[in-house]
Design a protein around this ligand. Structure first.
Ligand code: GDP
Length: 138
């Protein structure tokens, strides 16, 4: 059980001006920011990041959405980070997410669900390394 997870504030939430409030909630929830940057994914970047979903029906739509505007990439630390963070953000579909979760509060629909959260310790490391060099991790 690792203590690192990776998240992105997705284009819809950045565009809506929720970046500050979402980061504040993460920190208040006990997640420590170890690395952070605002950037934009090219179509190729998004295809690479979501390669595991390439066979899913919504892949092209997801890639288009994730490359549609700036995102904020963040590496977070907490004990049992992956599981705790997935509970903290709520279900993939904001309509099914528990009250008070990030996706319930800031998500629009199953695609524009405000934030990403790694699904395993292994992917948390792979995804963090996708965005951050060693000297950008603190
Ligand atoms: P997560 O681990 O909760 O983010 O969910 P998944 O790994 O299943 O899906 C990855 C991302 O794909 C989600 O966060 C959504 O942005 C998007 N997504 C998931 N299901 C759907 C869907 O049915 N339609 C569309 N358009 N996007 C989806």
């Amino acid at each position: 059980m690792g203590n690192i997870t990776f998240t992105m504030i997705k284009p819809n939430a950045v565009k809506s001006g929720y970046t500050g409030e979402i980061i504040q909630r993460m920190v208040a929830g006990g997640f420590k920011v170890r690395a952070m940057k605002m950037t934009e994914l090219s179509v190729k970047d998004a295809q690479r990041f979501y390669a595991v979903h390439s066979e899913r029906s919504f892949f092209n739509e997801l890639v288009e959405f994730m490359s549609s505007g700036p995102i904020v990439a963040i590496m977070l630390e907490k004990e049992n980070a992956v599981e705790n963070f997935r509970k903290f953000i709520g279900a993939t579909d904001p309509a099914k997410a528990d009250e008070g979760t990030i996706r319930k509060l800031f998500g629009e629909n199953v695609q524009s669900n405000a934030v990403h959260g790694s699904d395993s310790d292994e992917n948390a490391v792979i995804e963090s390394n996708f965005f951050f060099s060693e000297r950008e991790k603190f």
